[in-house]
Unconditional design. Sequence first.
Lengths: 197, 197
Amino acid sequence: MTEPRTPDHAIDPLFIERHSPRAFTGEAVPEAELMRMIEAARWSPSGYNSQPWRFLYALRGDAHWQTFFDLLVPGNQKWVADTGAILFLVSNARMRVGDELKPSYSHSFDTGAASLAFQLQAVRQGWHAHGMTGFDHARAPEVLRLPEHHRIEAAFAVGRKMATADLTEEQRPREAPNGRRPITDFVIAGAFPADAG
Amino acid sequence: MTEPRTPDHAIDPLFIERHSPRAFTGEAVPEAELMRMIEAARWSPSGYNSQPWRFLYALRGDAHWQTFFDLLVPGNQKWVADTGAILFLVSNARMRVGDELKPSYSHSFDTGAASLAFQLQAVRQGWHAHGMTGFDHARAPEVLRLPEHHRIEAAFAVGRKMATADLTEEQRPREAPNGRRPITDFVIAGAFPADAG
């Protein structure tokens, strides 16, 4: 197998540098650093510029940390314990059109776009973000007081990635960034072929 | 009002440079250029690395162009006529877990993330992408032969942005990149406040 992170076409290295580590140093994320990451998300595109994304955050050791941490599934808690911020990304499924609130077709998609800006800017600042859908989907809406017509899209943890030299033998293989299918697997000229599924 | 594209926190200028023009030069997008943009999308994160995104494309003047163009609403056709590629971004709402296909919680969100990588890499290459949900939602699934359990997330047009000096008086105000709400409008420490809506 080839090195899993070699692009087949020339791209900005930032897209390859972004990955989702599980070994973090325990360093706290300063609030001002987190706000820069969210600022990048702010400039993302959205249907009718509706900006449906909401960022709920807890910083390591603050009044919200334990509440957010307790919503994650145990498998994620193991590594999130060493991160410096936990976020829940939420989308508003309705948008204002004139004086009316109408369903948004793209609220999840738009919030996903914002999440990538957030993650790329984190890398630019020397941090790494790791997204999760492994949280308590039954309890989270109540605990986060999710308003009607909103959807919790994902949780994210942000922290300082452990240097490769500091990884244990056990951690090392798990921390190797994962690969991707080649684009020929998901790019189609024209419509789907008749047998696609 | 302040200049609409001044960030409140220091971020990579790429996030500000990306915007959604409507004035394009008519230049065709070479296929190899488009594949680089899609390569950037390839490296995006997705739930369980399921990579749910699909990119359907038509290049200006090829056998698919008119089919794709005809699916757009007239308001979008007006400016897409001067772009060099039209894409439909589709997500697979199911993912493989072992031998089973299970519903994906984050297929739209993940595809949104991939779409931002695509758009940012386009800017890096000197092109601009503009997303749309204004397409014929009734006809598109049939025309694109959308497989079951898939969702059309958005259409995109990519092209060479017209230089500001070449814009007509009428185009100029419309081409000024739009602003955003400040992050204080959508960032919350902890859970939603009790009166959020």
